[in-house]
Design a protein around this ligand. Structure first.
Ligand SMILES: Cc1ncc(COP(=O)(O)O)c(C=O)c1O
Length: 302
């Protein structure tokens, strides 16, 4: 990775990377009062950058801020302008990963609602090295969070405590990633990505009330798969459906679209990345990078 982040944004100000500051006694740290987005900007072969589905990411962030009852949060217009000036300020020469956090930037009690601050970094991020060969996943013995306890719909840093435990267990057990079942025993998602299975040509993914993040990539996949003529269903998925699926893939801004080739050491299909999966991966790549004119509304030029 050639470029390095030199500048970041904190509370609307462009500052050197080393100057970012959060007090250790701020609620962002003491009670994980932070909601965030992970967003990617892609470099077109001709050199220009665009941010993929920036408006949808900011809309989800605003929902999380509302549910977390933060006082006087930054406006969506402010955050959008900040993202769009931070990227060129770092002079990237390759794809960019943006992490945007809105947080309680002061001390207090569990009932404290402000002051609300924000930080944005734009950094290089490697793509999943298994995106062409496929992931070995294991169904976790940890249970997915539920809406009435720590709502997965909110992209809160607090939720990633559970995701980390599942990921660390999966790694200890020799898997690349965990798949979590929800409190009803149905498949929810991976620790940082949504999941699709394919059976007899139909794509199936858990619904928005199956304890998943309302993923932007999941929505992209549903749209592009339907446009390619596939049937897509949003339905609960049983654990054993993972074992009999023809194809499985994970999707998310960070993971992009990555095939799963085994679950609990049972091969998925013939144990190789699936044909439909890889066709969708190629289509996703064209859409995010802008090498197709389709869905220009999803790409915000930098
Ligand atoms: C728990 C979880 N699920 C799903 C996703 C995918 O969401 P999105 O497609 O909006 O990046 C993420 C983030 O990438 C995540 O952290």
């Amino acid at each position: 990775m050639a470029w390095q982040a030199r500048l970041m944004i904190q509370n609307g100000k462009l500052i050197p990377w080393e100057d970012g500051r959060i007090h250790p006694h701020a609620l962002a740290v003491t009670y994980a009062a932070t909601v965030f987005e992970g967003i990617r900007a892609y470099r077109h072969p001709k050199g220009m950058f665009s941010v993929f589905r920036l408006d949808e990411h900011l809309e989800r962030l605003a929902q999380g801020v509302k549910i977390m009852r933060m006082d006087d949060p930054p406006s969506t217009a402010q955050l959008k302008a900040d993202v769009l000036r931070l990227i060129p300020a770092n002079e990237p020469d390759d794809d960019v990963y943006i992490r945007l956090q809105v947080l309680i930037d002061g001390p207090g009690t569990q009932a404290t609602r402000g002051p609300t601050g924000w930080t944005i970094v734009a950094i290089p991020r490697e793509r999943n090295p298994k995106r062409s060969t496929g992931l070995a996943v294991g169904v976790s013995s940890w249970t997915r969070l539920m809406d009435n306890a720590s709502p997965p719909r909110v992209k809160a840093t607090a939720n990633y405590h559970a995701g980390r435990l599942a990921t660390l267990q999966a790694r200890a057990d020799g898997y690349d990633a965990p798949i979590l079942l929800n409190t009803r025993g149905k498949v929810s998602e991976a620790a940082a990505a949504c999941l699709f299975i394919i059976r007899k040509g139909t794509l199936i993914t858990p619904g928005l009330t199956d304890d998943i993040l309302e993923s932007v990539t999941r929505d992209t996949v549903i749209t592009m798969a339907r446009e390619a003529g596939y049937r897509v269903e949003e339905d609960p998925i049983d654990r054993t459906e993972l074992y009999v699926a023809d194809e499985i893939f994970l999707c998310g801004t960070g993971q992009e679209l990555t095939p799963v080739t085994s679950v609990d050491r049972l091969p998925v299909g013939d144990g190789k990345p699936g044909r439909i999966t890889m066709a969708l991966q190629a289509r996703y790549e064209a859409l995010v990078r802008g090498t197709t004119p389709d869905h220009a509304e999803w790409r915000t030029p930098v």
